[in-house]
Each structure stands twice: as structure tokens, then as C-alpha cells.
Design a protein around this ligand. Structure first.
Ligand code: FES
Length: 154
């Protein structure tokens, strides 16, 4: 990553992840912040940051397609096609309830499965603050040692 000019020390917890113009050009960038692998993504003029490894089995999200499902912009994991909302990290899926009087197919939520992080922009720079949600979120597993071993086996 090229640094062009002076930059003030960011506030505590804020990690510089790149120059805006470079991240926009790259569209998807891998970063490791405090030992955590993150995907910084630029799509339709918005930056997102989320855990790099998919919550399902640790697949790399970097090459996932981005599509809208049920009104939510999602990344589709290239490995088994799980859909994860970019804004919330929600796992969503489409299914039919065979026990319903009239079986209809609709979207369901699995809840938050992928940890998402906060992106802050200045005119020139982009920063990420890691999520401090204290509860376990499934994608956390693939950031740890066991998950790393599992990822490398697949
Ligand atoms: Fe992402 Fe299975 S690893 S869908």
C-alpha cells in the first residue's frame, strides 16, 4: 500500500487501511488488523469491512459475487454459496416450509453470523474500527488457531 503524504495518528482503535482512491480501485482488499483477517470492500460507492473467512467453513469471501436478496446487499461465499449481508453480517437463505397450508418459498434469517466492522472515511483515507460485540459470532471461529488449521485443511 502506497502512502502519499503526512497523516495524523488515528484515534485509538482506528486502523488505517488505505488511501480511498486505492481501495476504490482495488474494490476488495485483504488486511490483517490486530491479528484479524478482514475484507475491505467497496461496492456502489460504499465501503464495508467484514471478517475475511466465511462463517460456514472458512471460505475466503474475497471473490464472492455481490447480489441483492430480500432487499439486502449480500456477498455470496464462493465455496458453498452462503449469502451474507454486507451491512450486518446476517446469514440469509431461501426455503419453503413444507408444513404450511400453502407451501411458499421465502427468505429467512439465521441472524448475525459474520462479524462486520466499522469503516470511517476522510477525504483521503479509510479506517476500520474492529467490532467489539462481545458475544461469539460464528466467523470468529475461523480467526482463531483451530479455525486456521481447519481452513488450511479444506
Ligand atoms: Fe462459505 Fe461454505 S465456506 S459457504
Amino acid at each position: 500500500m502506497e502512502d502519499r503524504g503526512e497523516r495524523e495518528e488515528p484515534a485509538a482503535g482506528l486502523h488505517f487501511v488505505g488511501l480511498k482512491e486505492d481501495l476504490i480501485k482495488a474494490k476488495r482488499s485483504f488486511r490483517t488488523l490486530e491479528g484479524r483477517d478482514i475484507l475491505v470492500l467497496y461496492h456502489q460507492e460504499i465501503f464495508y469491512a467484514l471478517d475475511f473467512h466465511c462463517y460456514h467453513a472458512g471460505g475466503p469471501l474475497q471473490n464472492g459475487d455481490i447480489e441483492e436478496f430480500d432487499g439486502k446487499l449480500c456477498i455470496v461465499c464462493p465455496k458453498h454459496k452462503y449469502k451474507i449481508s454486507l451491512a450486518e453480517g446476517e446469514g440469509i437463505y431461501r426455503a419453503t416450509n413444507p408444513y404450511a397450508p400453502v407451501p411458499t418459498t421465502r427468505w429467512f434469517s439465521k441472524g448475525i453470523k459474520q462479524r462486520v466492522h466499522t469503516v470511517t472515511e476522510t477525504d483521503r483515507d479509510v479506517y476500520v474500527t474492529l467490532s467489539h460485540v462481545s458475544r461469539f459470532i460464528e466467523s470468529d471461529y475461523f480467526q482463531g488457531e483451530k479455525g486456521k488449521v481447519e481452513r488450511e485443511r479444506m
